[in-house]
Design a protein around this ligand. Structure first.
Ligand code: G3P
Ligand code: CA
Length: 283
């Protein structure tokens, strides 16, 4: 039973494997094919990073720029800003759809597209009905940059998640951001009761900072190096405050992945290689 009272079962029954950008170790990141492969490999949650197009449609993309993982430079020469970057916010959805999502240097493939967040959620719900419990973990990218451009990404994502039922289902939706302000807005202004995960970077938080995080979020997402730097103490301290701990980002190294589950006791992790992470967890 989902914690919103729905009859959907929760994927949250043991430490979580969150498919980082889908099965991005195998296929171009943030494509429906990549998400589907991760689901087939046994991911508990699928992670779309989210930015907006010029017409304010949320799409699945890690960067606020398009050029790292698409052929935008070839398709739309002259559409970069003065800094030479091709901002998703400068392209309409139709234009984004015309691009090839190549996966950049990691894959360099053709025949893939950037999906909208709505399409990604729709496919996830469909797969959930076929494969069993499957959650989503959207990360709202650069809320401040979007806000400065008059693009209210936090509200737009909240509205979409309300429509799909994920906004009030903490067991099937983990919403992430590096910007604490966005998490506060989600809960206080938009009534989102999904699991809120604050992403961390830089130095480990002090004890007081961790208490402040626990007051506005349900989970933390530290880089794995931060856990290593504290010899795992960060996991213990955060969990003692009721925070769920889901570090990023794990690759092919199964023994390292196993160590974080077994020795550090993390509640889940973000992995580019869902199959490796599932093996490491279930070992
Ligand atoms: O959201 C977890 C992890 O993905 C954060 O780093 O840069 O891959 O979005 P990034
Ligand atoms: Ca992310």
């Amino acid at each position: 039973m989902g914690s919103d009272g729905s009859d959907r079962p929760s994927p949250w029954h043991k430490p979580l494997v969150v498919a980082h950008r889908g099965a991005s170790g195998y296929l171009p990141e943030h494509t429906l094919e990549s998400y589907a492969l991760a689901a087939g490999m046994g991911a508990d949650f699928l992670e779309p990073d989210v930015v907006l197009t010029r017409d304010h449609v949320p799409i699945c993309l890690h960067d606020v720029h398009l050029e790292r993982v698409t052929n935008v430079e070839r398709c739309f020469p002259g559409r970069s800003r003065e800094d030479g970057r091709f901002y998703a916010l400068d392209f309409a959805l139709d234009e984004v759809r015309s691009l090839s999502a190549t996966g950049g240097q990691r894959h360099g493939m053709h025949g893939f597209q950037i999906p909208t967040l709505e399409e990604m959620i729709s496919m996830t719900v469909h797969l959930e009905s076929k494969l069993g419990p499957l959650g989503i973990a959207p990360e709202i990218k650069s809320p401040s940059l979007h806000g400065e451009a008059g693009a209210p990404i936090v509200r737009i994502v909240a509205d979409l998640l309300k429509a799909s039922g994920h906004a009030t289902d903490p067991s099937r939706c983990i919403l992430q951001s590096f910007e604490p302000k966005a998490l506060v807005e989600l809960r206080q202004d938009h009534g989102v009761t999904a699991t809120l995960l604050e992403l961390l970077s830089g130095d480990p938080p002090s004890a007081a900072e961790l208490v402040a995080i626990a007051a506005r979020a349900d989970a933390i997402g530290p880089p794995k190096s931060m856990i290593e730097a504290t010899a795992g103490q960060l996991v213990k301290d955060a969990q003692a405050l009721g925070l769920v701990v889901i570090p990023y980002t794990f690759r092919e190294d199964e023994s390292e992945t196993r160590r974080y589950f077994r020795d550090y006791g993390v509640d889940g992790l973000f992995s580019d290689f869902t199959d490796v992470a599932v093996r490491a967890r279930d070992h």
